[in-house]
Ligand binder design. Structure first.
Ligand SMILES: *Cc1c(COP(=O)(O)O)cnc(C)c1O
Length: 356
């Protein structure tokens, strides 16, 4: 039996380099609540993403919850995409927002701005949560004009979109806030962790209090917060992975190109008709039918290749029946990791070609 290929593998940087970073923790004797490594990682990420305000938090889900809280989404109708990881919607539900799914564009697989505009004309909408799915930026200009026209807050779930760009600009310059995940399975990670970026300083200052129980610099609590802090050990892992980020991006980009060369027009890929760069976080392919998707997934599984169906909105069983998304998404994510080789890609592609 061939060795297993998983949809992804966590990246572990050089251990000695990690312990070098840890040395700074022993010197500062500070484990969490900010600290030298937390500050270093914050500054490096701000420079990388081209933002003025960035707050590191303990995971991507708490990033969403804090953003939803700041924009007071509770009890409001919030438009989002059904085609995303469960956390986008569960965090909305946790903040007691009313989830309104809108359809996605057939090429970018992201929220369709025209459909969102239609919904706004028919229903009172209190916010929009587009997802930059698989690192593909949404049509950010279109959402920006919806925001201006209707004065509706936009919070991007950019969990996958670490350094994607849109029309040559940082995606983070759009909308009110972006929530990023630094979970171990993402391209850039801090084991567990995440960040929020802000285009408004007051939102940043509020978020900073909210992740620390709501306390201000004088220890006064004017709004109840939560504990969403990132420890120095997590920041150390982030700094280490950040040192290797270019190499990670290059190796994954090569594999993606190899997949596309080998599979050619047998499957469909995520695309958009505006200029963009996409973080190489996943290798999603779209199949022609449910039956074809099942055949491909099973053939791969028989060869010990674990392609995953990202994402399956039908798993959101907690939603009332009439709110459940009905759209089927025929997307499989193929194995992608900087640990994998071109030979691994060939093994996956040959298996797929035998079925299609
Ligand atoms: C991973 C992910 C999250 C949640 O991030 P965590 O850091 O795992 O809490 C949210 N949204 C999307 C789209 C994700 O893929």
């Amino acid at each position: 039996m061939n060795s297993p290929l998983f949809v992804t593998q966590p990246y572990l940087p050089n251990k000695a380099r990690y312990t070098d970073y840890l040395e700074q923790i022993w010197q500062s004797n500070q484990l969490t609540n900010g600290g030298v490594l937390y500050e270093q990682l914050t500054e490096r990420l701000k420079a990388l993403l081209g933002v003025s305000h960035l707050l590191l938090v303990s995971n991507g889900t708490i990033a969403l919850q804090i953003a939803y809280k700041i924009k007071k989404l509770k009890n409001k109708n919030i438009i989002t995409t059904p085609f995303t990881f469960a956390a986008t919607a569960t965090a909305l539900d946790w903040q007691e927002a009313k989830i309104v799914f809108s359809t996605v564009n057939q090429h970018s697989w992201n929220l369709c701005p025209e459909q969102v505009s239609q919904k706004i004309l028919k229903k009172e909408i209190g916010g929009i949560v587009p997802v930059n799915l698989f690192g593909m930026p949404c049509d950010l200009d279109a959402f920006e004009s919806i925001k201006q026209q209707h004065n509706i807050p936009i919070i991007y779930d950019s969990a996958h979109a670490m350094n994607s760009t849109y029309k040559g600009r940082s995606i983070y310059q759009y909308g009110d806030m972006h929530c990023i995940s630094f979970h171990a399975t993402k391209l850039f990670h801090t084991i567990e962790g995440g960040a929020i970026t802000f285009n408004n300083k007051a939102d940043y200052q509020q978020a900073k209090r909210l992740i620390n129980f709501g306390q201000d610099d004088e220890g006064q609590v004017h709004q109840a917060g939560i504990n969403g802090k990132l420890s120095e050990f997590h920041a150390a892992m982030g700094l280490c992975v950040l040192d290797d980020l270019d190499a990670l991006i290059n190796s994954r980009t090569l594999l993606i190109t190899e997949y596309q060369n080998q599979l050619g027009a047998l499957v469909q890929y995520q695309t958009a008709d505006y200029a963009y760069t996409q973080t190489p976080i996943y290798m999603p392919i779209k199949l022609a039918s449910e039956a074809q998707l099942q055949r491909v997934q099973q053939a791969l599984f028989a060869k010990n290749i674990h392609a995953r169906r990202y994402f399956c909105p039908q798993s959101l069983q907690f939603l009332p029946r009439q709110q459940m998304p009905t759209e089927q998404f025929l997307v499989l994510c193929l194995p992608l990791s900087s640990n994998y080789t071109k030979e691994d890609v060939t093994r996956v592609c040959n298996t797929i070609k035998q079925v299609l």
